[in-house]
Design a protein around this ligand. Structure first.
Ligand code: GAP
Length: 446
């Protein structure tokens, strides 16, 4: 059997639409560029991704969660440096009117339009990526607020609240999942770079001087996390930012990169933000954000090690990684089985209940199995089309197990369990089916 992995994003875009993972936003109106809606399976899948991240973070005794508002006091973005410095250099091509980022179009030091290859382009203008809106009915300068471009600032401004209310001692971390917005000049590659996206960020507050050690610890922990999610190790790598590439707040930074079909790209950033953010907020708010260490009687502004990943981007990496085509030839005919080989933890549906036919007694028994299992397991009931087509659909949405209820089931009270990857089948007693599924999902052999 030949295995073909995903080599173009368009194949995944089609599968996502066909099977209900991701749809173009506002499609009936012609779509809205770079905005995507998660369909029923995509929403469940993304939820599973978030849960895996949330668990990995907040099940540690030293990390607590937070859910801050998207709209924040405008001074936050002055303090953070975003009003001044969160810009991209925007260039227009005079020949074809294409608009692009200067830094992505440099060839031998010259700016070349990526679309028509003309060098007749405008001077770069700095374009702020924050979305501006107005709070209240008056659109005056005084009512300007921004849609947050990162979730991190909600954590910094709540540092004192969390430390006090949760009686936390440094080192400790705050984790948050939420929407962020950036008016990107060149969004694209499906859900990879969009203007509205979800981030999963964790800020870990440490004593100055211990920051480099914690930075290395978090680099390793994040790598381990991606391995537990099942991402192929050969498609993961670390890239260190050079001094010219560091963000305005960062003392050191590493990207975890994944090899997407369009090449190696950033998945997550691990940053040493020093005491930049808390110092800035202390200065701009005039509120003391120093930490008093009761063990040593010292006062200091903690350093921050940040881990920041886009939820949509991680979901995309996992979708790309899970995709495989199994190609076989029989009697001169080519057969392609498409499988999304998710780890069971991430699969939107864990098991499908499939009556062999629509005969009422099979339906009744299948409904009963479905309702027993659906307490505690994400199961789906499907009786449309032939059993072969239904298996193929479940393979394409990554369902680890299919339960077929056939005429023998009425007599022997057993169902056939088909395994997604090996396609082997077991006959299992109905009374044991729940524990059988739970056991197989836990000890899944891919
Ligand atoms: N608080 C630090 C911060 O936001 P970042 O490297 O700008 O750092 C972190 O963003 C992660 O958020 C990125 O690694 C990426 O996964 C995700 N991300 C950033 N911009 C994005 C966009 N326009 N669309 C989708 N995901 C994005």
């Amino acid at each position: 059997m030949e295995i073909q992995r995903l080599n173009d994003l368009q194949t995944l875009v089609s599968l996502s639409k066909r099977r209900g993972f991701v749809f173009q936003s506002s499609e009936i109106y012609g779509g809205l560029t770079s905005c995507w809606d998660y369909g029923p399976l995509g929403a469940q899948f993304k939820w599973n991704v978030k849960q895996a991240w949330w668990r990995a973070m907040t099940r540690r005794p030293d990390i607590v969660g937070l859910d801050a508002a998207i709209l924040m006091h405008p001074k936050v973005w002055e303090a953070s440096g975003h009003v001044e410095g969160f810009t991209d250099p925007l260039v227009d091509c005079k020949n074809c009117k294409n608009r692009f980022r200067e830094d992505t179009a440099l060839v031998n030091g010259k700016v070349i339009c990526p679309k028509c290859e003309s060098s007749d382009v405008t001077e770069a203008r700095n374009f702020n990526l924050m979305f501006k809106t107005h709070m209240g009915p008056l659109e005056s300068e005084g009512s300007v607020v921004y849609l947050r471009p990162e979730t991190a600032q909600g954590i910094f401004v709540n540092f004192e609240n969390v430390a006090t209310s949760m009686r936390r001692k440094v080192p400790f971390g705050i984790a948050q999942i939420g929407k962020s917005f950036r008016n990107e000049i060149t969004p694209g590659n499906f859900t990879f770079r969009t203007r509205e996206f979800e981030q999963m960020e964790m800020q870990y507050f440490v004593k100055p001087g211990t920051d480099e050690e914690w930075f290395n610890t978090w680099k390793q922990l994040r790598w381990d996390f991606y391995k537990t999610l099942g991402l192929s190790e050969e498609k993961l790598r670390y890239e260190e930012h050079g001094p010219d590439e560091l963000a305005h707040y960062a003392k050191a930074a590493f990207d975890v990169q994944y090899e997407f079909p369009m090449g190696w790209q950033e998945l997550e950033g691990v940053h040493n933000r020093s005491d930049f953010d808390l110092s800035q907020h202390q200065k701009f708010s005039s509120k003391k954000l120093e930490y008093f260490d009761p063990a040593t009687n010292e006062k200091y502004i903690p350093y921050v090690i940040e881990t920041a990943v886009g939820c949509d981007r991680l979901a995309l990496a996992l979708l790309c990684d899970a995709y495989r085509e199994e190609i076989t030839h029989k009697d001169g005919k080519k057969d392609v089985r498409v499988v999304m080989g998710f780890k069971p933890e991430l699969a939107p549906i864990k098991a499908a209940v499939l009556p062999l036919s629509k005969k009422p007694d099979l339906q009744e028994l299948s409904h009963k199995i479905y309702s027993d299992l659906s307490e505690g397991i994400d199961v789906e009931y499907d009786e449309a089309q032939s059993i072969g087509k239904r298996y193929r659909r479940q393979d394409e949405i990554g369902t680890p197990l299919c339960l077929t209820v056939d005429f023998d089931s009425l007599e022997d009270k057993k169902v056939t369990v088909r395994h997604r990857d090996a396609m082997t089948q077991d006959r299992v007693k109905m009374e044991n089916i729940k524990s059988y599924i739970q056991d197989k999902l836990k000890n899944f052999d891919q």
